[in-house]
Write a protein of this length. Structure first.
Length: 529
């Protein structure tokens, strides 16, 4: 009736068979359907629908658009297993379990495959930025930051957007995910400051909705699916300001002219200026707070950088010096520790970064790739003196586990000062890790092992897995030590970020001791938010 499935992959055959049995429908070489608003049920016009083979990608398939009522039709597909994705401005696809579009079968004969897709409408925030006198502020920088982390376990981040106000002080953010958002505004440097209070000079602080300079007092804006929220106005707060005067010096201590100096705090704009002929610079209006100050320039084809933390507290800062440095190459070794008498293997491909506290010219953090050779030697080029974290961005190579990261004779698991190339970087992997096994009923989302020791709560030391058939799970090659074990519900991606920072929540997780070359059973349950 359906014809042969032209695939030799037994898993793919299982997918097709399961779909056919579950749907009870007759598959065909046509796919048609409708895309609707998940809130209103109305069809969505102009949705780009792409149908592509399971073993390929969107570029290998066919696409079409929905009509005014949200209907679409694609014909002439070859027999096989397919997925479909949907894109349109102002809406978001509702993730399926596992976050991958479910597969469906297309086989010769019979009526078309029929799909009904629901998409979540996105929200809008609009408002104005005004100064203390109620005047609209054009050119203000408005920043929008998600109040909760978004996670693709184990990586979490806070989505953000930036906009400039119009000539009338207005701003708009569209296409926002439902949930809590934080809004702040910074006046442009050209905007007239507030009137002084006696001898105290004032300036416009970075101001959080609805009009507070302290971020702990800000209010979140709760975005509803498909809703447009107007009147999210921010009235800029005045705050005392002071001056920072200083000089930029080169590696030899000589003043450097025409190099860029930058100053930033929190989510605020980056203030920049170039040094004068004597290497001097001046920021005239700086709020009381802790600031990042950095400088960068180039001499004889060599890029120079330097950074310091500046604290302004009720006074001007005079004669401040920033010394720029040339980069150096940090070297070291990658050790694959094996039992005595067993030859060490070649170093496997492992991706690691040195993440610096010295921002790049755009204000982001610099990251230097740590490269290694077949003989296990490590090299990180263009490293500047400063504070770093060594970040592993790939999982440890099975069956090894990451045992330690050291700079010279010191642990380098957290923040570490790297001031020169005098101390080598040593990264050690070992065999003989422990195994954690168990069975979880109704297992759906990711399962995690998080080290009890805070400094180890980072990639390379935490472990992530998923349930197999019958709810069985296993963590293999785990570094010996104490761990929290817990599950994350598939519809709750922010839980991972919350739990990582919250010892109270972690205290509700199962606790397990992992021993070298031993297997340990553990009962895992989902954690509450």
């Amino acid at each position: 009736m359906f014809g042969a499935v032209p695939y030799d992959d037994p898993m793919l055959r299982a997918i097709l068979a399961a779909w056919i049995l579950a749907s009870g429908a007759v598959a065909a070489q046509k796919v048609e359907g409708v895309v609707v608003n998940a809130v209103t049920g109305a069809g969505i016009a102009g949705v780009r629908v792409r149908v592509f083979p399971v073993d390929g990608g969107p570029a290998d398939g066919r696409s079409t658009g929905t009509d005014a009522e949200g209907h679409f039709r694609i014909e002439g597909l070859k027999d096989g297993a397919y997925r479909a994705i949907y894109d349109v401005s102002g809406f978001k696809r509702i993730p399926a379990p596992g976050n991958a579009p479910p597969p469906f079968a297309v086989v010769s004969g019979g009526p078309p495959v029929r799909l009904e897709i629901k998409m979540q409408p996105l929200g809008t925030i609009s408002g104005r930025v005004m100064d203390g006198n109620g005047r609209p502020v054009p050119g203000a920088a408005v920043r929008l930051v998600r109040g909760e982390m978004v996670c693709a376990v184990p990586v979490c981040f806070a989505p953000s957007q930036v906009a400039k106000t119009s000539a009338h002080g207005e701003y708009t953010f569209k296409g926002l995910e439902p949930g809590a958002w934080l809004v702040s505004a910074v006046a442009p440097a050209t905007w007239a400051p507030p009137e002084a209070r006696g001898q105290e000079r004032l300036g416009w602080a970075e101001t959080f909705y609805p009009g507070v300079a302290d971020p702990r007092l800000e209010q979140t804006v709760n975005v509803q699916a498909g809703a447009e929220q107007w009147g999210i106005d921010i009235k800029l707060a005045a705050a005392p300001v002071h001056q920072i005067r200083g000089r930029v010096l080169g590696p030899d201590g000589a003043p450097l002219a025409k190099v860029t100096v930058a100053l930033r705090k929190g989510f605020g704009s980056v203030l920049t200026q170039d040094t004068k002929a004597d290497g001097s610079f001046e920021f005239a209006s700086v709020m009381d707070d802790e600031w990042d100050l950095w400088a960068f320039g180039e001499r004889s084809g060599v890029k120079l950088k330097g950074a310091q933390t500046v604290e302004i507290k009720g006074r001007d800062l005079e004669n401040f010096e920033v010394r720029l440095n040339a980069p150096f190459a940090l070297r070291g070794k990658l050790i694959m520790e094996v039992p005595e008498g067993v030859p060490a293997p070649e170093a496997p491909p492992i991706d690691m970064l040195l993440v610096s506290n010295i921002p790049a010219t755009t204000g982001g953090a610099d990251a230097t790739i740590v490269r290694h050779s077949d003989d296990g030697s490590l090299t990180a080029r263009n490293v500047y003196p400063g504070t770093y974290e060594v970040e592993q961005i790939s999982d440890p190579p099975a069956p090894y586990y990451l045992d330690s990261i050291r700079l010279g004779d010191h642990d380098a698991l957290g923040l570490v000062s790297i001031l020169s190339d005098a101390e080598p970087l040593t990264i050690t992997y070992k065999l003989g890790g422990g195994t954690v096994r168990g069975t979880m009923e109704n297992c759906a989302g990711p399962l995690l092992l998080i080290p009890v020791e805070r400094v180890l709560r980072r990639r390379g030391f935490w472990r992530v897995t998923e349930c197999r058939e019958n709810g069985r799970f296993e963590f293999a090659a785990v570094r010996p030590g104490e761990y929290y074990a817990f599950a994350i519900a598939s519809d709750d991606p922010g839980s991972f970020a919350a739990v990582m920072k919250d010892d109270r929540l972690l205290g509700q997780a199962s606790k397990v001791t992992v021993r070298a070359n031993e297997s340990t059973a553990v009962e895992i349950r989902p954690l509450p938010r």
